[in-house]
Ligand binder design. Structure first.
Ligand SMILES: C[S@@+](CC[C@H](N)C(=O)[O-])C[C@H]1O[C@@H](n2cnc3c(N)ncnc32)[C@H](O)[C@@H]1O
Length: 326
């Protein structure tokens, strides 16, 4: 029973942090801290509710309270301010949006509240910015380890398809000064990526290309690519659409070139790793046809498109790299 109780209560601490992030309370604590009344005024909130939330943030050891003043903790402040360089607040706000869709999981399963055909994370500017910052905050630390596993010898042109904030592409460009890097994504996402990547030394080399690759069958003019990275894209769409996408990517790859798919893959029985099985729930709540896929499924779409399967490595419970050669 303890285990069930622990699982059932997990949402409480999460929601306290996510509400604090959504309301931006951390920005109003300043260097000297602030009272609940001051924070309530700054966020246009109810004083009683604001005080209860701030006390819970202290209880969960996210904030400190002294003489009625609430303070950020030095180790977290960097992550919790709106303009923090880690873009972590965007990740928390994206998680808060997930929280709302997870809250109606059973309605998704019964069909009482079906998913919108086009997710607002792609079309609403603020929701998209949170989403792309979340990808950056979550992915930038693992980018070097992922790129360590990509053989860049003989790679001159590389496309990051659905590259989001472009953290993998920037890492590839950094390591290989002669590579031509293309970030291919939707217009809103590319706008956010430009703002994030403008701070990097490789920014001037990056080419930003708009292509809605699930809806527009013809790509804009592009060179043949030696390497196409497709990271964390396929899980948001149905098997049919992914099969079709890989078929349309095939002509974009140079002879002898390859695509590398990074995904949060499930094992064959779909119950492991736990991270991937839970991630499948996220896709169920947020997309009409997405889920966590197996290596065999992705390999099959690639082989049907004409690629030769070269291997699949699990780098961590959340990351597998599958290579398909042309
Ligand atoms: C989960 S993010 C992954 C970002 C990055 N590749 C990573 O691994 O962190 C999915 C990306 O696919 C892009 N995307 C989704 N549907 C797309 C479409 N139809 N055409 C182009 N890009 C799309 C989104 O804008 C987003 O950047």
């Amino acid at each position: 029973m303890d285990k069930l109780l622990q699982i059932a209560s997990g949402f409480m601490e999460a929601k306290v942090l996510l509400a604090g992030a959504e309301l931006g309370v951390f920005d109003h604590l300043g260097h000297d801290g602030a009272t609940a009344a001051e924070v309530a005024h700054a966020i246009d909130g109810d004083p009683r509710g604001t005080e209860i939330l701030l006390d819970a943030l202290v209880a969960t050891e996210v904030l400190r309270k002294e003489s009625g003043h609430y303070h950020n903790l030095p180790e977290f402040e960097h992550f919790l301010l709106v303009d923090g360089p880690a873009h972590f607040l965007g990740l928390l706000r994206h998680r808060n949006r997930m929280f709302r869709t997870w809250a109606i999981l059973e309605d998704r399963i019964t069909g009482k509240q079906p998913v919108e055909p086009r997710p607002e994370i792609l079309d609403d500017p603020q929701t998209n910015a949170n989403f792309i910052q979340a990808m950056y905050a979550g992915g930038m630390r693992q980018a070097p380890a992922v790129v360590d596993h990509l053989d860049l010898k003989d790679v001159r042109t590389v496309a990051d398809l659905g590259g989001g904030p472009g953290h993998y592409l920037a890492e590839i460009a950094r390591r290989s000064p002669s590579i031509e890097p293309y970030l291919i994504d939707l217009p809103l996402t590319l706008g956010v990526a430009r703002r994030i990547l403008a701070r990097t030394e490789v920014f001037v080399r990056l080419r930003f290309v708009e292509w809605d690759f699930y809806r527009e069958s013809e790509p804009p003019p592009l060179p043949p690519f030696d390497l196409v990275l497709i990271s964390a894209v396929l899980h948001a769409e149905s098997p049919e659409r992914n099969r079709d996408l890989l078929r349309r990517v095939f002509p974009l790859v140079a002879p002898g070139g390859r695509i590398v798919v990074q995904e949060n893959m499930v094992e064959g029985d779909r119950t492991r790793p736990k991270d991937a099985a839970l991630f499948a729930i996220n896709m169920l709540t947020a997309t009409p046809g997405g889920r966590a896929y197996t290596e065999t499924e992705i390999r099959g779409w690639g082989e049907e498109a004409g690629f030769r399967f070269e291997g699949c490595e699990r780098l961590s419970p959340r990351s597998s790299l599958l290579t398909l050669r042309k």
